[in-house]
Design a protein around this ligand. Sequence first.
Ligand SMILES: *Cc1c(COP(=O)(O)O)cnc(C)c1O
Length: 462
Amino acid sequence: MAAILSPFLTSSSYERLAELDLKHVWHPFTQMKQYNEEPPLIIARGEGVRLYDMHGRAYYDGFSSVWLNVHGHNVPELNKAITDQLQLIAHSTLLGMANVPSIELAAQLAELSPRGLTKVFYSDSGAAGVEIALKMAFQYWHNNGVRGKSSFITMKDAYHGDTIGAVSVGNIGLYHDVFRPLLFHSHTVPYPNGYRNPLGPEHAMADTLEALERVLREHSSEIAALIVEPIVQGASGIIVMPAGCLSAIAALCRQYDVLLIADEVATGFGRTGRMFACEHESVTPDLMVVGKGLTGGYLPVAATLATEQIYNAFYADYEEQKTFFHGHSFTGNPVGCAVALESLRLLQARSLVESVDAKGSLVASRLAPLLNRPHVGDIRHQGLMLGIELVANTHTKEPYHWNERIGLRVARRARELGLLTRPLGNVIVLIPPLASTDSELMDMADMLSEAIIDVTERGWKR
Ligand SMILES: *Cc1c(COP(=O)(O)O)cnc(C)c1O
């Protein structure tokens, strides 16, 4: 693939930018001391499912730039939606007034979402969308005159974003433990993890449902809502729920009068093979959070969708003070909404969601021979969310020690081979753009397989 570089991207400007990056940029989820040990990867542009660094080297975007990208990069239709909107207006507020693309997008989202989710509240990140859902659920009960329903149920190893409310319903020790003193208390029930269940995969679902029913029986009068990553728990290592589990969780919530919040930030917009993961089990949550792929991965727009029932609890005479007092400077940004609309149009025009199951199975079967290797414990996938769990010993399932940085080393090797991804601890992820072709997906799977074998068996060290 020929490198097309802008004339100003010379290697001397690489040196300059690398130095400034080191001097001024504090990167997210990154140990800067380790980051600073080698020259940074600086992406200059993207085209299709590939990213190009400043030296013109191509890499597959094997993790959709952290699970965002849908149609690839530099997509003419998406670019045009942005520049067209810019000719009209870049931003105006939704506080007490409206703008054109945010109305059109809300109508589209209501049409595409599980039946009953008709109201759209915008924000600008998944974490903010989760905060909004938590606050809406809490205030819903308050506005209805129900007192005491002020805590939440979350799932073990859940990830819902990095703001304090989202972290309070998060459950990943490495990220969250240090902040415990700042957090509100949540009840935790296990996510059904078949590979790690001590009694075997067939017990995972029953364990979850039993634990949930116990918490609900004892505490439902104190609980506003349960929040769940439906069908696939992402950041904990791509854990896939057994069939029937989500609908059983939803039924228990109904039975005990606890709201259900579906965090579809990672799973939404076709990623798991349905427009939304809840559709796999015909579940309509009371609140649904979307983000990441909403704009095709182009701009920061997120949304919290609510049912009429939730909305109506806030719909009252002004003096009753039932208003939802929450908003952000960029709520309903017109440029973001315009590109989201175009992304949804492309998703439908190209039947992308319908192609995801077949693409996911193709990649999974290409990766399947890895299961015979001595350090590949499990390969999980739902649609185009794939996780490969590496273990020190496949018989005992003993994990690699954290200090071995096995995931980081595999990702480093994959990058040398031409594929970018970011591990979740010892789980290697492949979450490619939905628009990836079969041959691109095969290439990605092969690079990943080679990287895993090089690091776990051939002692590859950078
Ligand atoms: C990424 C993610 C979030 C947080 O979204 P941000 O836009 O990064 O704040 C929340 N929930 C899930 C399931 C996610 O994968």
